[in-house]
Write a protein that binds this ligand. Structure first.
Ligand code: HEM
Length: 405
């Protein structure tokens, strides 16, 4: 008799958020891969998927690997992320020593202190957004709350006019779409047009500050120097774009996925309401349980073996962060959402030299937003209806999340 194990493991589009079943619940796909082919060659999308915690962890820390799509073998998965027109990539897709130089400079401006200093503003913005929906019977958590918050916060940090935030939101949503390697020609053009608008906007913002610096992140990035060397204007523009694109949709999805997990697990919601100090651990568990970024990518510059599988130089290796986070070898009952879980360490911010620069900001925003949301609306519950997820491979988040209050 055929057992489930005789069937082929999910591969190609079936292992991405373009597939409706994967969108609804990626865990069965990740479990099948992890159990049956933890190092899987996806011949359709031309990439290797790594799904065991220890393999993912080791790969992320391995400094001999490249993150630069231009170093990939033509036609392999990662090469789709090379910037069009031979433009210099952002630090996300850069290797040392260039990566080290730019990451050092941005770290001088985007400091833990600058982030901690945003706390009162984040609290005020959260309160304002919740005030705006409090009069009704319910609202869409994504549109009214989780989508708006990170855009306003990063706009204020950069020092640009919050009135432009609709543009910001559009640019960052379109920016994330660039991560879909199967994007239609039409959408690809929209992404390129948005990115040109964003570049022009920040070129203007930089020029203004060249004449008169302000107490904001753009001016701080312009002033940051290492051995007398500063970022060029083009590097600054790319960095502003990355801060927008990398930080907005992801933080929105952390708050969205986290709200959904709480509402589907009333006992956990009750625990959090009873003890707001649990929020730190709760947000880590949300990041582990349903991460906004499900995978990242690396390219070996020399051939290697992983668990006996030969991976050639230039091929794409994808550590599936969401699968590592649910490895039963590491996490007891991995598919259970438990905000008091003792070990909530996770791979959701990536690792090694590319470990997410915005992790402290994302954590702070989510902690403040979720505690405020559940305290403000004691009757918060899910509205009826099917959930709808966005369809960008590598990312996981809701298109909308309707709740009643
Ligand atoms: C929950 C929210 C977030 C998640 C899940 C997330 C996740 C990630 C992941 C997986 C990486 C790649 C790491 C790797 O390849 O090893 C990354 C890199 C990065 N993230 Fe985040 N991120 C979030 C929020 C933010 C925010 C708020 C910002 C800034 C405003 C930000 C800025 C960056 C930057 C600049 C990088 C590139 C770092 C480098 O290449 O050195 N992220 N993030």
């Amino acid at each position: 008799m055929a057992s489930a194990n005789d069937t082929a493991v999910p591969t190609g589009v079936a292992a991405t958020s373009l597939d409706p079943a994967y969108q609804r619940d990626p865990d069965p796909v990740h479990d099948a891969l992890r159990e049956r082919e933890p190092v899987h060659h996806d011949e359709v999308l031309r990439r290797w998927l790594l799904t065991r915690h220890d393999d993912v962890d080791a790969l992320l820390r391995d400094r001999s690997l490249s993150a630069d799509p231009r170093k990939g073998t033509p036609g392999t998965f990662m090469t789709a992320f090379a910037s069009p027109g031979g433009r210099e990539p952002s630090i996300l897709f850069m290797d040392p020593p260039e990566h080290t130089r730019l990451r050092g400079l941005i770290s001088k401006a985007f400091t833990p202190r600058a982030i901690e200093g945003m706390k009162p503003r984040i609290e005020a913005i959260v309160a304002m957004l919740l005030d705006a929906v409090a009069g009704g019977e319910g609202f869409d958590v994504i549109a009214a709350f989780a989508g708006a918050l990170p855009t306003i916060v990063i706009a204020e940090m950069l020092g640009v006019d919050p009135a432009d935030r609709q543009d910001f939101k559009r640019w960052s949503d379109d920016g994330v779409m660039a991560f879909d390697p199967l994007l239609s020609e039409e959408l690809r053009e929209r992404v390129a047009a948005s990115s040109a608008e964003l570049d022009a906007y920040f070129r203007g913002a930089i020029a203004h500050r060249r004449a008169a610096p302000r107490p904001d992140l753009i001016s701080a990035m312009m002033a940051a120097e290492e051995d007398g060397v500063r970022m060029t204007d083009e590097e600054l523009v790319t960095m502003c774009g990355l801060l927008l694109a990398a930080g907005n949709v992801t933080t929105t999805d952390l708050i969205g996925n986290g709200t959904l997990a709480l509402l589907r697990n009333p006992e956990e919601l009750r625990k959090l309401r009873a003890d707001p100090a649990l929020i730190r651990n709760a947000v880590e568990e949300m990041l582990r349980y349903d991460p906004p970024v499900t995978e990242t990518g690396r390219i070996p510059l020399e051939g290697r073996e992983v668990r006996g599988c030969p991976i050639g130089a230039g091929e794409s290796v994808i550590p599936v962060l969401a699968a590592a986070n649910h490895d039963p070898e590491v996490y007891p009952e991995p598919h259970r959402f438990d905000i008091t879980r003792e070990d909530t360490h996770h791979q959701s911010f990536g690792g090694g030299v590319h470990f997410c620069l915005g992790a402290p900001l994302a954590r702070l925003e989510a902690q403040i937003a979720l505690n405020a949301l559940v305290r403000r609306f004691p009757g918060l519950r899910l509205a009826e209806g099917e959930l709808e997820y966005r369809r960008i491979p590598g990312f996981r988040g809701l298109a909308r999340l309707d709740v009643l209050i």
